[in-house]
Structures are given as C-alpha cells and as structure tokens.
Write a protein that binds this ligand. Structure first.
Ligand code: NZQ
Ligand code: ZN
Length: 413
C-alpha cells in the first residue's frame, strides 16, 4: 500500500449549475478584472447563443472585451500568436475561454505568451521558461466536458509547420475561475460526448495504471468516477438533455484531470502520477490529422497499450476490474477449473480490458486506427514525431521503446 507525499493546490474557483454563464461578468468584475480577451471556437458558441450570453453579462458588469474566435479542435499555435498580439493591443487583464479543451488551451497559451518577448512556441519547445510575472489569469466557460483543462495544469498546442503537438504543464496554467453550466452541453453531438467521456476515463486510467501500487483512497475515487461515467454515458446518449447525467459527467471530467486521481501515487511531490503512454501515442494521431478527436484516438490506442503492458502490473488491472466491473478471477481450486491461478488472473485482466474497450465502442468510439483514417504506411511518420516529442523511451509502467510503440500501433490498425 502506498501514500507518497504530495503538495496539492488547485486555485480554480468553480461556479457550477444552471444559468451560471450569465454570472460571468459580475464574477470577473468582482475579481477585479477590467478587460477580457474572449476566446472561442469554430462556431458552436455563436450558434448556441452562449457567446452572446457571455458578452451581455460582461457588458452588464462593465467589463470591456475583445474577441478572438476560430479556435479549431487540436488547436494550432498560429491563433495563439494572434491572441498574444490581441491581448497586448487591448491591454486585456484576463483571458476568458468559452469552449472546451482546445479553446481553454489556446487561452492558457496566450496567457503565458503575453509577457514573453519571443515566439510563444519557444515555451512549448522549452527554449524559455514560463514565468509568473506578467502572465495573464485565465477564466473559462466550459461547453464540453472532456479534456479537464478547466482545472488542469496542462496546455496542449499543435504546430502544423513542424507536425508537432506539444504539451506544456505548469501550475501557472490552472484557471482562476471556471463556469460550468451543464445545460450548455445539451447541444453536444453524441460523438463529441463520447470522445469527451473516453478522454476522462483515460485521464483517470493513465494515473491508475502507473508504476505505483495500491493507494486505496485514490484508487476508490478513481474507480468511483469511472463507474459514474459508465452509468451516465448511456443516459445522455439516449437523452442529450438529461441534466443530472450531464452534470455528473461534467464534474467527473474535472475530477479526472485536476490531479485528485493521482494524489499519493506520484513518485515526486509535485509530479503527475502515471506514465501517460496512451496520451503520448494519441497525440501523434491528432497531430498527424487534426480531424481526429483526441478522445477517439485514445479509445483505440489505450486498450492496445493495456494489452501490450498489463503483465508488468497485473494486480492493477485486477483491482480495476474488481472495483469497476465486479470482475474476479475464478477460484480454480474451489470451482475445480482445469487452469492455474495465473491463467485465471490473465482471463480476468483480459476481460477487464475487453470491458473498457466495449464501453468506449458502445458509445460509438472507434476500435481501429483504420476507422480514424490512419493506415499502415502512416506508422513510420507517427513514430518519428513521437521520438522527437518524447525521446527513445516513453512512460513508466513498462517504458516503451519505439519498437513497442510500433507494435501497439500495428496491433490496432
Ligand atoms: O469549435 P466549435 O464550433 O466550438 O465546436 C467544438 C469542437 O468541434 C464542439 N463543441 C464544444 N462545445 C460544444 C460543441 N458543440 C456543440 N455544443 C457545445 N456545447 O466540440 C468540438 C471539440 O471541442 P474541443 O475543445 O476540441 O474538445 P476537447 O475539450 O476534447 O479538447 C480537445 C483538446 O484538448 C487537448 C487535446 O489534445 C485536444 O487538443 N487536451 C488538453 C488537456 C488539458 N489542457 O488538460 C488534456 C487532454 O489530455 C488533452 O490532451
Ligand atoms: Zn486527454
């Protein structure tokens, strides 16, 4: 049993519930902000009326605002550069994201880029450090529960010119305010809903299936969240306006990635728990083709990664199977089964991985890379950018060589 040291501080204030989107202006004014750079995506925030409600609320509270729309899923650094210029030109004192992970990450990148004299991409290449001085605070109105960026320390941005998608994690990224109105998610298409839930599960599982052994409180929180997601997913897919299920999913997405699911499991007090192998493998897919939704890529690579590495820590999968799916290895002696206890455990682990994949696919997520348009001839390019991004050894449970990564990609073509 483990309980490693940790320091945990999430400074985000959450305002959660029906209609909170109309309180944005008042809350920003109360927090002392005078000018917001409002960042949004390709159009859903306009179509649903959410952007209008935010702007009206800002006007009512006397908070000035400038706008930057057009953030695409798997956001690109070009728009971040525009945002840095806009934040400076308009003397914004807060960046307000209205959207999901892509929009919030763009806002985070603008916020850390604002005080940096050079090109903001340098920060992602670690050529320059992220500094607190002059960094703008980020607030957000979440419209899709998925990435957990509303409270996470991460920020993920693509550079199309370099074919790279890079994560930048720092405690400075965590938003100061997050408005979470589950009604805003009623308009989500089933595919985006499912991709979001898959991403949440991945954030929980990347931490759970790390090299640290059992950590009971954190393990129970993690598995409880996954159970809730499994319960709520079919409800929202059947009735997109099921408020309580939408609300549960929204809050689960935050818990999945605000680091609570890793407390006591990380080796270093400030370190993120887990090896994040599936995220590394996925990010190359959505960098290769930005039309690939992050969650959909994860639905394919995560079970494949599990089948490749579970032997390094079978007890983690047995615990997960027991706590989430009530799967127990058969008792070969008691039930007079002609198998060894190890074989019974292997069956239970593989059944657990099958259940995880069945949950993803049951929501409409893909099972193969082919369904995402990725072909055998693309694998070399994926491995090359993976190497540039992560080096020769990836992860922690069983550090993956590039040959392992090739085998994982090829196993799910
Ligand atoms: O662009 P619009 O028109 O707004 O449409 C979006 C987009 O097409 C749509 N959408 C959002 N809210 C909606 C809606 N459609 C209808 N009704 C609504 N209420 O949903 C689509 C996906 O949006 P996006 O923001 O891309 O989704 P998500 O939140 O999954 O973010 C994905 C990005 O986050 C990164 C991913 O790699 C990817 O780039 N991640 C960020 C993390 C973080 N910062 O902590 C962690 C994650 O592991 C992840 O890597
Ligand atoms: Zn993710």
């Amino acid at each position: 049993m483990h309980m490693n040291d940790f320091t945990y501080h999430v400074p985000t204030k959450f305002v959660f519930g029906r209609g909170v989107v109309d309180e944005v202006g008042e809350a920003l004014a109360e927090a002392g902000f005078g000018c917001a750079l409002v960042v949004y995506g390709k159009g859903s925030a306009i179509k649903t009326g959410t952007l209008d409600r935010v702007l009206t609320s800002l006007d009512r509270a006397g908070v000035r605002h400038a706008q930057l729309g057009g953030v695409r899923p798997n956001p690109e650094v070009g728009l971040v550069r525009d945002g840095v210029a806009a934040a400076r030109a308009d003397e914004a004192d807060v960046v307000l994201a209205v959207g999901g992970g892509s929009v919030i990450d763009t806002a985070k990148a603008i916020a850390v880029g604002a005080p940096y004299e050079g090109d903001v991409w340098d920060l992602f290449m670690k050529k320059a450090p992220v500094v607190a001085e002059g960094k703008l605070p980020v607030a957000c109105v979440l419209t899709i529960p998925a990435a957990g960026s509303e409270a996470s320390s991460s920020c993920v941005i693509s550079n199309d010119e370099l074919s790279l998608k890079k994560g930048l994690s720092t405690e400075l990224h965590r938003p100061v305010l997050a408005f979470m109105d589950p009604e805003l998610t009623f308009t989500l298409p089933a595919y985006q809903t499912a991709a979001g839930i898959t991403d949440m599960c991945a954030h929980i599982m990347e931490r759970f299936f790390g090299s640290t052994g059992p950590c009971p409180v954190t393990d129970q929180i993690a598995c409880g969240l996954v159970r809730s997601l499994i319960e709520c997913a079919p409800r929202v897919l059947e009735d997109p306006c099921d408020y309580d299920a939408r609300a549960s999913i929204m809050w689960a997405g935050t818990q999945a990635h605000n680091d609570i699911c890793g407390l006591g499991r990380a080796a270093k007090p400030n370190g993120r728990a887990g090896g994040w192998e599936s995220h590394a493998l996925e990010h190359e897919l959505s960098a290769h083709d930005p039309a690939i939704a992050h969650g959909a890529g994860l639905a394919v690579v995560m079970p494949a990664w599990m089948r490749h590495v579970w032997r390094s820590a079978p007890e983690r999968w047995l615990t997960f199977g027991r706590l989430v799916f009530d799967i127990e290895p058969v008792d070969v002696v008691e039930d007079c089964i002609d198998a060894t206890p190890e074989e019974a455990e292997e069956d239970a682990v593989l059944a657990t991985i099958d259940e995880i994949q069945a949950f993803f696919c049951g929501m409409g997520m893909p099972r193969t890379l082919g369904e995402l348009g990725v072909r055998a001839e693309d694998v070399d390019a994926l491995l090359e950018t993976l190497r540039q991004n992560k080096g020769e050894l990836i992860g922690e449970l069983r550090p993956l060589t590039l040959d392992d990564c090739r085998a994982i990609y090829e196993s799910c073509l």
